[in-house]
Design a protein around this ligand. Structure first.
Ligand code: DON
Length: 318
């Protein structure tokens, strides 16, 4: 199916939202982080920022939620800006085929995480962002970066979620200590985890998240200033990583069903990028067995089918 030219996006997402609101099979809200266990599973929101500057939304698109691992896209962007391709000496770029918080590959692969989107990889990325900073400054840098991308200073970090993660983050602490034993973490583990937990605790609405993802649909360009957030090559590569690794051991299934680069989080959010066309954020807190939003994935599958936005669809050769 070729890309649909000028689809009536509002009608499409209104229809999808009505469909999602009637569904019972929502999956299970993450309960291993106290602040997330309290979220009502009945939420569903979606927002689309288009290449020509429109924002289209439906459902709970203005309710803030914990973006969790979606933040790994923004953290990676910052870290690449700091150390460039040297980052790839410390983090791989292959799909892991394992759960997001798995430790099994780390021993065989000498403390080098498979990719920057699994927890171990994102913890190395936090370590890179921490270089030359105090933890508070690094957290401030991430917050300012996301606010600037979204053009919205109301975005904040949910301290309650960050604290809850620090209190229960035994696995992340294990991953960080283990990587430190291989020399792949350079700062004190508590500081690195402090940065990582705060980044995961960013609270954003679908509209804010879709806006923050615009640079990735615009070949790395900031939509308001026109300056490059990252080079076009780097934007393409971040999108490629989202396609291959953005849903952990569910990445193949997501590519199969949706066909759009996407990054999920255990808060139930997913950010998707259709290069040159749209940045999309969906949120529904119920998760499937791989830790990805059940209704969020389904809604994106329906959106891709209605618009022809799968990147594997026919494009006008120009
Ligand atoms: O470190 C954790 O476990 C969470 N802060 C983030 C995990 C996450 O979002 C995985 N995504 N599906």
């Amino acid at each position: 199916m070729p890309v649909t030219v000028n689809p009536d996006l509002q009608a499409i997402i209104d229809r999808i939202t009505a469909d999602m609101e009637g569904r019972e099979d929502r999956g299970k809200v993450a309960d291993y982080i106290p602040g997330l266990a309290r979220v009502d599973p009945r939420h569903f929101g979606i927002a689309i920022a288009t290449h020509d500057g429109r924002i289209i939304s439906a459902g709970d698109a203005t309710t803030a939620f914990s973006i969790q691992s979606v933040s790994k896209v923004f953290a990676l962007t910052i870290a690449l800006g700091k150390v460039g391709d040297a980052l790839w000496k410390r983090v791989g770029r292959e799909p892991s085929g394992n759960a997001f918080n798995s430790i099994v590959q780390l021993e065989a692969e000498q403390g080098i995480p498979r990719n920057p989107f699994i927890n171990a990889g994102a913890i190395v990325v936090s370590d890179i962002i921490l270089s030359g900073h105090r933890p508070g400054e690094a957290i401030g840098e991430i917050l300012r970066f996301v606010r600037d991308l979204a053009g919205d200073d109301d975005i904040s970090i949910d301290e309650d979620v960050a604290r809850g993660e620090a209190e229960t983050g035994y696995r992340n602490a294990a991953l960080a200590h283990y990587m430190r034993s291989f020399g792949n973490i350079q700062h004190p583990v508590e500081q690195v985890l402090g940065v990582y937990f705060h980044q995961c605790a960013l609270a954003m609405t679908c509209i804010q998240l879709a806006k923050a993802g615009r640079y990735l649909m615009l070949e790395g360009q900031h939509p308001e200033t026109g300056f490059n957030v990252v080079s076009p090559t780097r934007a393409r590569r971040i999108n490629a990583l989202m396609m291959m690794c953005g849903h952990y051991d569910g990445s193949g299934e997501f590519a199969f069903r949706v066909g759009i680069p996407g990054k999920s989080g255990v808060g139930g959010g997913i950010l998707c990028v259709v290069p040159g066309i749209a940045s999309i954020a969906v949120w529904s807190p119920g998760l499937n067995e791989r830790g990805n939003s059940t209704l969020g994935s389904l809604a994106l599958e329906k959106l891709a089918a209605a618009t022809g936005w799968s990147i594997f669809n026919e494009r006008d050769p120009g």
